[in-house]
Write a protein that binds this ligand. Structure first.
Ligand SMILES: *Cc1c(COP(=O)(O)O)cnc(C)c1O
Length: 285
């Protein structure tokens, strides 16, 4: 098989890649409603929060980032949140019990009273406008001589949009980067919200998430290092690194017919300045 990369990470730096496809339409929604603030959610290492901060800064929109967990409140920020704060994002830390109920009026209401009227965007930027924005990714590949398009799945927004934009002869294969989430259900739900029904041919492989989001191990880090050395592209181990290992394993299992051209979507890059790869990582026999 041939494996090509779709370099969405180069799409709109510093708003990394596919996040721009989701955030662009959301900034437009905020503007159309005359809302000067974008309020959104994410974990402490969320690429989405970092991208939203950069996009808001560029668009002249105030951004508020609601972070899962209150253990970082009043403590030094990690490099990802520090970058978001440097781009002007105001950060609010929610304890995990409140986080689970973040869209309910008794949690969201006080936030909106504190920060004023805002365009509220869910985790990962995956709402209907965001998903529709990602359909352009599929459309850009629809005329290409490509049979399968693989992407890493966090919230399912990229996969939902990608699959909808591909040609009927093409299929999308999502590789779950998170464990313990019914991602296929959520992706289907996102397609329903964006288009009122399921679109395109897609499925999600859930067996390659390793121990969950943000978890790495020597085999994964070695694969990312080796890929960077041989191809000059640094994959985010939390997302596309796992997808790369999945594609290799699936190829060995006969997933791709002989001569298939498969595209791996590089949806973005990890936090600048965060060294995941270790110089001590060694080939795994
Ligand atoms: C956000 C992100 C994804 C996954 O996108 P979802 O729409 O949340 O599934 C994949 N790769 C990278 C680098 C990302 O930042």
């Amino acid at each position: 098989m041939r494996l090509l990369l779709k370099r969405d990470d180069l799409l709109h730096p510093p708003v990394s890649g596919s996040k721009w496809r989701k955030l662009g339409p959301n900034l437009e929604q905020a503007r159309r409603r005359g809302l000067g603030t974008l309020l959104t959610f994410g974990g402490a290492w969320s690429n989405h929060l970092r991208a939203a901060a950069a996009a808001g800064r560029e668009a002249g929109l105030r951004t508020v980032g609601v972070v899962r967990g209150d253990e970082l409140r009043g403590r030094p920020l990690n490099p990802s949140l520090a970058q978001a704060a440097a781009d002007g994002m105001e950060l609010e830390f929610l304890d995990r019990a409140s986080w689970r109920r973040r869209t309910e009026p008794d949690v969201l209401g006080p936030l909106l009273r504190r920060y004023g009227p805002a365009w509220v965007v869910p985790e990962g930027g995956s709402n209907a406008p965001g998903v529709r924005g990602c359909a352009t990714l599929g459309r850009e590949l629809a005329a290409e001589p490509v049979e399968v398009v693989c992407c890493s799945v966090g919230t399912g927004g990229v996969l939902a949009g990608l699959a909808a934009g591909l040609a009927p002869r093409q299929r999308a294969l999502g590789i779950a980067a998170l464990a313990h989430v019914p991602l296929a259900v959520e992706t289907e739900e996102l397609q329903h919200r964006a288009w009122g029904g399921r679109r395109g041919s897609w499925r999600i492989e859930t067996g390659f998430a390793r121990r969950g989001y943000g978890r790495t191990d020597p085999e994964l880090l070695y694969a990312v290092d080796e890929f960077a050395r041989t191809n000059g592209v640094v994959l985010d181990p939390c997302y596309e690194g796992k997808a790369l290992l999945a594609v290799r394993a699936l190829a060995e299992q006969g997933e791709f017919a002989r001569g298939t051209t498969t595209v791996l979507v590089v949806a973005g890059s990890g936090t600048p300045g965060v060294e995941w790869s270790s110089p001590r990582s060694r080939p795994i026999p």
